[in-house]
Design a protein around this ligand. Structure first.
Ligand code: IPM
Ligand code: MN
Length: 359
């Protein structure tokens, strides 16, 4: 199979974690006789520094011409504490999501037996935790009208949803639930927000088309608590943009580290794959960042291409590594491996089905 992958290394630890995924994809290509070619493109603070724009036109056209996008991370501290900044790295990612209509962000939450002692939760609450968050990604408060009054004392961000924006992601989430444990939880704030009431109405209307799926509804404040006290109850969570952003970071720590969590953003055209973590500038260039979130995102890309056996080999490699203590500093501060060493080990596993003695 031939695939042309747009690669956006991005900011902070983005380049170093993404390079490990490329290593892994190359190893898969070699083993299975695929041809993956990479076209590099700029986005975020890196793009602002080099071109003045967080999403240069060329990046958008490279992405549109690709079969999939592999993305690292975005953000730089110099913009975070400057409320008056006119351009921001994050605008690049938001514009890319909107331009490509990547309306569904899929974030699987898995726990690993070998890492249960690292989770802030008790092991007994973690067994069997396996759920997936469908976060709406191209609408809601992120994309509503923004305003700052002339005297700069009043600000607003509108949260707007249309029924069709809710329907299209709800169908994807229901279909995924049908292939899993057949339970869908809509997370909203329907006791307060009009947009949430529209989400409930639309989901209730669609539900009869998926009569094998049990639907329940949960307010986001309660959901945040339930993710901690009883995460096993969830199968597919469907939610709007900002609630999804918040609860997915929360849920990711169940596995032991935010650095392990992958994601896929899909829409009607080309899809994008990225770890859910941010640019972690303090670790940039130190070869300590966890590349597993990116490597598992590359595995989601392989699945998306229909290369399920290849994806399985990558996830098996990751399972093996975690079980045998081949982890980065975020997981084990004492016995840790470098970012590049983890990438090499996954590559070795793919080439030999098991890593060589070198480590
Ligand atoms: C994420 C990130 C982004 C978001 C930022 C970088 C704009 O936190 O992908 O979760 O809020 O969507
Ligand atoms: Mn986020």
């Amino acid at each position: 199979m031939k695939k042309n992958i747009a690669v956006i290394l991005g900011d902070g630890i983005g380049p170093e974690v993404t390079q490990q995924s490329i290593k892994v994809l190359d190893a898969i290509a070699q083993q299975y006789k695929h041809e993956f070619t990479y076209t590099y493109a700029l986005m975020g603070a890196d793009a602002i520094d080099k071109t003045g724009s967080p999403l240069p036109d060329e990046t958008l056209s490279t992405c549109l011409a690709s079969d999939a996008i592999l993305f690292g991370a975005i953000g730089h501290p110099k913009y975070d504490n400057d409320p008056a900044a006119k351009v921001r790295p994050e605008q690049g990612l938001l514009k890319l999501r909107k331009s490509l209509q990547l309306f569904a962000n899929i974030r699987p939450i898995t726990t690993y037996p070998a890492l249960q002692h690292l989770s802030p939760l008790k092991a007994k609450n973690l067994e069997g935790v396996d759920f997936v968050i469908y976060r709406e990604l191209t609408s809601g408060i992120y994309f509503g009208k923004k305003n700052l009054s002339d005297d700069k004392t009043t600000a607003s961000d509108d949260c707007v949803y249309t029924a069709s924006e809710i329907e299209r992601i709800a169908h994807l989430a229901f279909k995924h639930a049908q292939k899993r444990r057949k339970k869908l939880t809509l997370v909203d704030k329907a006791n307060v927000l009009e947009t949430s009431r529209l989400w409930r109405k639309v989901v209730q209307e669609i539900a009869p088309q998926y009569s094998d799926v049990t639907v329940d509804y949960m307010f986001v404040d309660n959901a945040s608590m339930q993710i901690i006290i009883n995460p096993k109850q969830f199968d597919v969570i469907l939610t709007e943009n900002m609630f999804g952003d918040i609860i997915s970071d929360e849920a990711s720590v169940l596995s032991g580290s935010l650095g392990l969590a992958p994601s896929a953003s899909v829409g009607s055209g080309v899809a994008l794959f990225e770890p859910i973590h941010g640019s972690y500038p303090q670790a940039a260039g130190k070869d300590i960042a966890n590349p597993i979130g990116s490597i598992l995102s590359a595995a989601m890309m392989l699945d998306h291409f229909g290369l399920n056996e290849e994806a399985r080999l990558v996830t098996d490699a990751v399972q093996w590594m975690l079980q045998h203590g081949f982890v980065t500093k975020d997981i084990d501060p004492i016995n840790s491996y470098a970012t590049t060493a983890i990438g090499d080990l996954v590559k070795d596993f793919i080439e030999n089905k098991l890593p060589t003695e070198a480590y």
